[in-house]
Design a binder for this molecule. Structure first.
Ligand SMILES: NC(=O)c1ccc[n+]([C@@H]2O[C@H](COP(=O)([O-])OP(=O)(O)OC[C@H]3O[C@@H](n4cnc5c(N)ncnc54)[C@H](OP(=O)(O)O)[C@@H]3O)[C@@H](O)[C@H]2O)c1
Length: 280
């Protein structure tokens, strides 16, 4: 298979390269300098010339707080970009994978959310990602839309921030009233590869299994790394942010369970593997 990965230098893009690199597929790797997904003419030209079988869009404006003021830029990258890619793929009969987010929900209920639950984004990031999903769905029937959350991999992320902070401090405050599921790019990449292999089109939730707060996540990181630091739980009010975060943002991988099988691991198991391989 010939696979075009956009946003290939991001966390997920790098992991997909690593996982697809174990197979015989032909990869075309691009990031914003090679192919700006917001440029419709460039996207159409690139896709027509290279003729991939599938486009996996890993590009996004992921700086959630910055999106609140950079509304036009967020709309271009998170909505217009996926639209361009979905339509260009459709024109040559190719498939499109669009990666989306738990921020499409408000997270106000205390229940896990399936693909059948109503969306209600509370931030510019969430709203622009949701509009991206809708356009991909409308413009290309051969779509895989995969929502994930609390993603970490080869790039800047919460785990690296915690480990860095622990070098100069013996005490930390971490938010205990936002609940979700840390998800390794390894688990997400393997699910995407399986969906594409099986041509299992549609909308899917994909996070690791289990539930925790950011505080629990931090405690587990230090436990695995044997770092002696006092972690104090606090509320989100103590760390005000420009973008509103969903409070209870637990996705159930319901469509995976019902179709291809849910191959994701428990979040603690994936975290242990990540930390064992991390050089910091
Ligand atoms: N990170 C999370 O916690 C999280 C949670 C839920 C869902 N997601 C979703 O998962 C996907 C992958 O996230 P990630 O954490 O791997 O993202 P990431 O590390 O921020 O990578 C995004 C990549 O997209 C590139 N990019 C930005 N604008 C572009 C453009 N106009 N054209 C082409 N490339 C562009 C970025 O380049 P520059 O760095 O040069 O800008 C970067 O290499 C995204 O769809 C994201 O919305 C992420």
């Amino acid at each position: 298979m010939k696979i075009l990965i956009t946003g290939a230098n991001g966390q997920l893009g790098r992991e997909l390269q690593r996982q697809y690199g174990k197979r015989d597929d032909e990869l075309i790797l691009t990031d914003v300098k090679d192919l700006d997904i917001t440029d419709v003419i460039a996207v159409n030209k690139f896709v027509n010339e290279n003729k991939p079988d599938v486009i996996i869009n890993c590009a996004a404006h992921t700086q959630v707080d910055k999106c609140e003021e950079q509304i036009e830029l967020a709309t271009k990258i998170n909505t217009v970009g996926p639209k361009n890619l979905a339509a260009a793929a459709f024109n040559i009969g190719a498939e499109i994978v669009q990666v989306s987010t738990d921020y499409v929900f408000d997270g106000e209920g205390n229940k896990e959310l399936t693909e059948f639950d109503a969306t209600n984004p509370q931030s510019v990031y969430g709203a622009t990602k949701l509009e991206g999903e809708k356009l991909v769905k409308a413009l290309n029937p051969k779509h895989y839309i995969v929502r994930t959350a609390w993603l970490y991999g080869d790039g800047g992320n919460f785990i690296k921030t915690m480990l860095k902070l622990s070098k100069d401090r013996d005490e930390l405050k971490v938010v205990n009233d936002q609940i979700g599921t840390p998800t390794s790019t390894v688990d997400l990449a393997n699910v995407i590869i399986k969906l594409v292999d099986e041509k299992n089109y549609g909308l899917f939730h994909c996070t690791c299994k289990g539930v925790c707060s950011w505080y629990d996540f931090a405690v587990e990181i230090f436990k695995i790394k044997n770092i002696n630091i006092k972690v104090n739980p606090c509320t989100s009010d103590e760390f005000p942010t420009a973008a509103k975060r969903p409070k209870y943002s637990v996705l159930r991988n319901y469509m995976l369970e019902l179709t291809t099988g849910d191959i994701t691991r428990d979040w603690k198991e994936s975290l242990r593997e990540y930390l064992a391989e991390l050089e910091i």
